[in-house]
Write a protein that binds this ligand. Sequence first.
Ligand code: COA
Length: 196
Amino acid sequence: MARRVIRGHLITLRPLRLSDAGVLDPVLRDLRATRFLRPWVRYETGREFIVRVLRDQRKGHSVAFAIVPTGSTKAIGQIRLFHWSRSNDVAEVGFWLRRKYWGRGFGTEALRLICQYGFRTMSLHRIEAVVIEGNVGSRRALKKVGFRDEGRSRQAHRLAGRWVNEWRLGLLRGEMPRSAPPKPGQLPGTQPSSGS
Ligand SMILES: CC(C)(COP(=O)(O)OP(=O)(O)OC[C@H]1O[C@@H](n2cnc3c(N)ncnc32)[C@H](O)[C@@H]1OP(=O)(O)O)[C@@H](O)C(=O)NCCC(=O)NCCS
């Protein structure tokens, strides 16, 4: 699994590999990036994270991709489908990227591509997302791809000694909207229009 390379407009998804560890390390040391991640991820190095994720993938419980901007060869983050229940055809999506790449549409496109892969190649019926309350960027990206709010679990995580709620979202097969083309400034080599 996850042997495929999936090409989008802004980014390519390719299989995550151990050599990506050095690239993922800075994300896991960036408190602004990790404050909305599950507690155990926050204490891992890039290498520990990838070793765990690839072990999980070998057991058939997940598929993991590196996110690589178009025109580059270097990963800027990761996205994966995990907690894959083959009896239910359900999996959960998780993703993060280096802070300097946020807000350029990469996360949304990565989500769209992996969800298409999940429905078409893994024959999933449903993809779930768990988002720590307050993570508006993640929720917005999920909603743009068609995820719907399904509820809120109260005090589901203890972060820095404080209980926080989580939003739960879900996407069913057939619910993805047709993909909107990227905004002009998001396409590689283009600048946003000045309007003149
Ligand atoms: C969540 C994450 C992957 C999103 O990736 P991204 O590439 O920045 O997302 P996009 O650029 O595709 O943005 C998606 C939408 O969210 C909005 N958005 C992004 N960050 C935002 C923020 N902090 N506040 C408000 N809106 C935000 C964008 O404006 C965009 O909406 P728009 O097209 O209507 O303008 C990235 O912010 C990240 O790595 N965060 C840290 C880790 C994390 O929280 N992972 C998710 C765990 S559930």
